[in-house]
Design a protein around this ligand. Sequence first.
Ligand code: UTP
Length: 289
Amino acid sequence: MKLNKVVFPVAGLGSRFFPATKATPKEMLPIVDKPLIQYAVEEALDAGFTELIFVTAKSKTSIRDHFESKLNTELSNLTKEKKELLSKMNKIIPNGVSCKYVFQEEPLGLGHAILQAKQLINDEPFAVILADDLIDTKIGALKQMVDLYNDTNSSIISVQKVDKASSIQYGMVSIDEGSQNMMKLTDIIEKPLPENAPSNLGVVGRYIFCNKILKFLENISFGTGNEIQLTDGIKSMLIAHPVYAYEFEGTRYDCGDKLGFIKANIEYALKNKIFGDDLEDYLKNRLKI
Ligand code: UTP
């Protein structure tokens, strides 16, 4: 079955970014001039997805506003350039692509957030993007994964090599056989201590799931952090259905973390055509290098 649907869970507390995220979802924080969620949406569009499903908190309406509200291009004092700019801002979502919104009443975990989209997903396979994992790459990470999904028709989760000492921040996987980039999962553990991490491969926020994952998510109980963990759903699914890990090409920034967010801003700003060179001069000067 063709992949059309992608779920963006954006209902988390974002407590590591308080107070910035008290009234603004973490996914609306900008990297230079674009909110994280827009990078994620563009990655999904580039990978060919046409049905975007946002799992949001009721109190945080800005994500919907960002994609749905229209700027008034008829303001009396607009210059031609401003008018063009406003029109461009009104076309983030291209024709033929739908956006749907569903609420997660309480932030009971990523697995729980995905389950809230069950009716919209219906019986189709679907992708999940965690917008706070920003991946800088020529070919979008999700696009890289779609080709593999089409070959295998099995669930795929993206991974990267991480320092084992930081395993406490990741879902960590162990793998069986496979070719260079395609590895069959044998286990997955949410945020293990370094001594319990089964390998140095940590899960990053890009997934493609066959529809069966929903059934497994419905049957798990609260896990690490007292949340319904996606990791636990994947772990129970593995026993009956193959899941593959894919080591994507690209640089990932953990923008749910302040340092990762700042690094991403610096890297994307350095690439900016207008002020990137000025920033580089400033940094060299500042650091005396
Ligand atoms: P995180 O654990 O990184 O986000 O979840 P968080 O809980 O919002 O962040 P902190 O730890 O309090 O700072 C990864 C993704 O899953 C979403 C988040 O919005 C984020 O995009 N999420 C998480 C939900 O949508 N609902 C949840 O219950 C938990």
